[in-house]
Structure formats: structure tokens, C-alpha cells
Design a protein around this ligand. Structure first.
Ligand code: EPZ
Length: 420
């Protein structure tokens, strides 16, 4: 595998249009199964997680084509309902296909998605929501065999915690249930609002996404739709934190500032100047970052867990002390040891990490162990003194279309070097 070689300390400068949102396009691609015919999805980022999802759609019998950032999915010939283990392991969020297959064909078979670098990835909330909507689910030696009862009816169901994936799975399954389904305790992430927009473009009647109560009037005939995926707020946070780490000024287009308010307020508190407008965010940083009030990750609209490592990497090269509390995943500090190799002063106790800005970090050879942890090491390298080599690019490629090219466009000295 190759690695990124970054010569740090160069201020960033320029303008960039942010890629489509990975965490929006994945459930939307599953939703395309709900109706026969061809859906046209614009602003689909070219990521390995998206490629894996397209492979699943093809395996299930769909015709899938890609023309640049546009993906065409024709689900007319959907004929299979089982997703093999190798694809489930490759893409844990493929559990989202459960709800769509139950709604369209009334049956689905897939294996547990398995744990990952962030800790266990249970799907109990997905399964209990789908069972509430009439699905019979049997665990046969690790394979989930699901069958929807005849003429499933909608109902009120409560999520014990605002799981993003379980909310999306329930929305998709409810489209196949007659009558009204009310999701109470739903996750409020912007990607769920995007899914609602796509479902309604298909002729569904979904309302309330973005709030904690979502209603779905199911059983309606659905049709394919043409749709443009929202901008990726976590990718945007990555470029903003990279500029905060290296200094400079950038302007991002194609992302709505209100989808990452919690991140923007942390960057402003740390000393950055921000200007926002419709689908644009401009950031200027001309001094070392200061320590800020405790950063506690939380369900939206709280501080996003996906931006925790990225912001930490920027603050580690600043001045002052900041406490982080990771409340969403059990082990999402895999990047800390690697940041320490670059001179970062970070103490961990359970869910708490205390970052003491040690002034500029120094370059080192580091390895990303997960998607956002890998991106965080790139952010740290942009501000570090000297050369940083970041390996583990297979993780980064899951969520960033071309992180090195985008950063180089903003003036960073970064290039991908083939290993060996
Ligand atoms: C989505 O994952 C995102 N992935 C994640 O982004 C993101 O970190 C996460 O939401 C939280 O915002 C996609 O959208 C593809 P959850 P998801 O269900 O749906 C526990 C990235 O870097 N839980 O909201 O899997 C779970 O273990 C990725 O882009 C259960 O206990 O997240 C976790 O602790 C990483 N039982 C918490 O809830 C369940 O049935 C939040 O998980 C489901 C989840």
C-alpha cells in the first residue's frame, strides 16, 4: 500500500468544493432498492465504501452505472436478498439494506456486520425496530434470516438511543408498512434529513427528519427519483481543522454551515475567524490554536464523534489544554498513540482525553487505524515541523474521495508515495 508524505508548516490557501456525503449516500443507495426503475444520484463521492455498496446492489440484481459523480441504479431486476459475509465485513453499514429489502421483497438474509476499529458495532436497535414493524428475524449461526409478515402495518416505535443507522433502517422498512409509523427518539443527523428528501422524491410521505419524531405514511407506490446528495460535513470539518493546524485561509463550497455548527464554534473558540453563507464556509487562522472548553461528543446537534480525532489533531499542535469526552463509541482514541509519535501531549482515562497543546508537533512515520483517525494524522502533519508519512490509506479512502489532491489544491505539500 502507498502512504501520504506531507511537508508540514505551509499555510493553506484557496477554495474547494466539498465531496458528497458518505453517510448520506450509503442509506440513499439502499433506498434506491425500494422501487423498480432507474434512480439517478448526483454528487456521489468515489469512495471505497460507496464502491462496496454498489457491489452489493449489483449482487442483489440491480444494474449500476457510474458517470463521474453521478450513479445510476436500476432496481427493476432485484432478485436476491442475501448479502455475503465478505461484503458485510467490508462495509459494516451494509446492515442498512435490511430495511430496504424487507420493504421491497419482504425478506432478507445477511450476517452480523461485526466489530470494527471503533469498538463493537451492535445492531440490537436495528433488529428491535424491524421486529416492531412486523419482521421475524432468526439468528441462524450468525446469519440473520429476516421475513416480513404479510401486509405489515405501521405503528409507533421508540428507539432507546438515537442510533443513526437504526433510524434509517426503520424509515426504509416503514415505507413498506401500510399506515403511519411514528419513530420516537429518532436520530437527528442531517444525513437523515437527506434520506427523507430522497424518499419523498420517490413518492414516499416522510416528515419530521432532523427532529426526534419522524412519521412515515407507508404502503404508497414508489418510483425512482433523480437526486443530489448533500455535501459531506465531516470532510468539510477535516479541511477546516487542517487549515486551523497549518494556518492560512480557505473557503469551502458545497456544504451547509448549519450541519457542522458544533465544530465551527469550537474552531472559533480556538481562535479561528469564520464567515459562513449559503453552502459556503470561510476560515482564517493566523495564530496557534488556544485550548477550548471541554469537547463532549454527542448525537446531533451535539459535537459529532466523527470530528473528534480531527479537532484533537489540530489542537494538539496548538497552545493550551482541552479535554475531550468520547461518548458515542467505546474505543475511538486509536489515533492518540500515533499523535504522540509526533510529540503530542495527550493523556487518556477511559472516555476522557486531555490534550495539552505542546506547540508545533514534529513530523513522524504514523499509521491510520480507522477512517477519521487516519484523517486526523494528515491534519497533524499539515501543521507539524518537517515530514510526516501517513500509512493506512485504505481506511482514509473509505471516506475521502481524494484527500491529498484536495489538500494540494489548497496549497499543502502532500503527495501519495507508493510503498517500497
Ligand atoms: C453512523 O454510524 C455513521 N456511519 C458513523 O460514521 C457515525 O460515527 C455514527 O453514525 C454516529 O454519528 C454511517 O452513517 C455510515 P449509531 P452508525 O448507530 O449508524 C451504538 C464515519 O466515520 N448502537 O448512531 O453505526 C453504537 O455501538 C462513521 O463516517 C447500539 O448499541 O452509528 C454506537 O456506540 C463512523 N446498537 C452508538 O450506538 C445499535 O443497534 C451510535 O451508533 C446501533 C448502535
Amino acid at each position: 500500500m502507498s502512504y501520504y508524505e506531507i511537508r508540514g508548516g505551509r499555510p493553506l490557501d484557496g477554495r474547494l468544493t466539498v465531496q458528497g456525503a458518505k453517510n448520506s449516500v450509503l442509506p440513499i443507495l439502499a433506498a434506491a432498492l425500494l422501487a423498480p426503475g432507474q434512480s439517478v444520484l448526483h454528487n456521489c463521492p468515489q469512495l471505497s465504501d460507496v464502491a462496496a455498496t454498489l457491489d452489493i446492489l449489483r449482487l442483489l440484481g440491480c444494474r449500476v452505472d457510474r458517470e463521474g459523480d453521478t450513479v445510476l441504479v436500476d432496481a427493476s431486476a432485484l432478485c436476491r436478498v442475501n448479502i455475503p459475509e465478505r461484503l458485510m465485513r467490508e462495509m459494516r453499514s451494509s446492515v442498512i439494506f435490511l430495511g430496504a429489502l424487507l420493504a421491497r421483497l419482504g425478506t432478507a438474509e445477511l450476517t452480523y456486520p461485526g466489530g470494527c476499529e471503533l469498538g463493537p458495532r451492535p445492531i440490537d436497535l436495528h433488529l428491535s425496530a424491524l421486529r416492531s414493524l412486523g419482521a421475524e428475524i432468526q439468528d441462524i449461526q450468525g446469519c440473520l434470516c429476516c421475513r416480513q409478515r404479510k401486509k405489515p402495518a405501521g405503528r409507533e416505535l421508540c428507539l432507546s438511543m438515537p442510533s443513526v443507522g437504526a433510524t434509517e433502517n426503520a424509515m426504509l422498512a416503514a415505507c413498506g408498512c401500510s399506515g403511519i409509523t411514528t419513530l420516537v427518539g429518532a436520530a437527528r443527523e442531517p444525513e437523515i434529513v437527506d434520506l427523507q428528501r430522497f424518499l419523498n422524491a420517490m413518492g414516499a410521505d416522510v416528515a419530521g427528519a432532523g427532529e426526534s419524531i419522524i412519521t412515515i405514511r407507508g404502503g404508497r407506490p414508489l418510483h425512482p427519483a433523480e437526486f443530489s446528495v448533500m455535501g459531506d460535513r465531516i470532510a468539510a470539518a477535516t479541511y477546516l481543522c487542517g487549515t486551523a493546524a497549518a494556518g492560512g485561509q480557505i473557503e469551502l463550497a458545497g456544504v451547509e454551515p448549519e450541519t457542522l455548527t458544533a465544530v465551527l464554534s469550537c474552531l472559533e473558540e480556538a481562535g479561528c475567524t469564520l464567515q459562513t453563507g449559503e453552502s459556503r464556509i470561510a476560515l482564517t487562522c493566523q495564530a496557534p490554536l488556544k485550548g477550548i472548553a471541554p469537547v463532549r461528543t454527542a448525537p446531533y446537534p451535539g459535537f459529532p464523534t466523527d470530528a473528534q480525532a480531527i479537532l484533537m489533531a489540530a489542537l494538539a499542535g496548538g497552545e493550551g489544554t482541552t479535554m475531550f469526552v468520547e461518548n458515542i463509541f467505546d474505543s475511538r482514541y486509536g489515533h492518540v498513540d500515533e499523535l504522540r509519535r509526533m510529540g503530542a501531549d495527550i493523556q487518556i482515562a477511559g472516555r476522557v482525553a486531555v490534550v495539552t497543546g505542546a506547540g508545533r508537533l514534529h513530523g513522524a512515520a504514523v499509521r491510520g487505524g480507522d477512517l477519521r483517525g487516519g484523517a486526523a494524522l494528515v491534519v497533524a502533519g499539515l501543521g507539524a515541523e518537517g515530514v510526516t508519512r501517513v500509512s493506512g490509506l485504505r481506511h482514509i479512502c473509505r471516506g475521502y474521495q481524494c484527500l491529498d489532491r484536495d489538500l494540494a489544491q489548497l496549497g499543502a505539500d502532500i503527495q501519495e508515495i507508493p510503498e517500497g
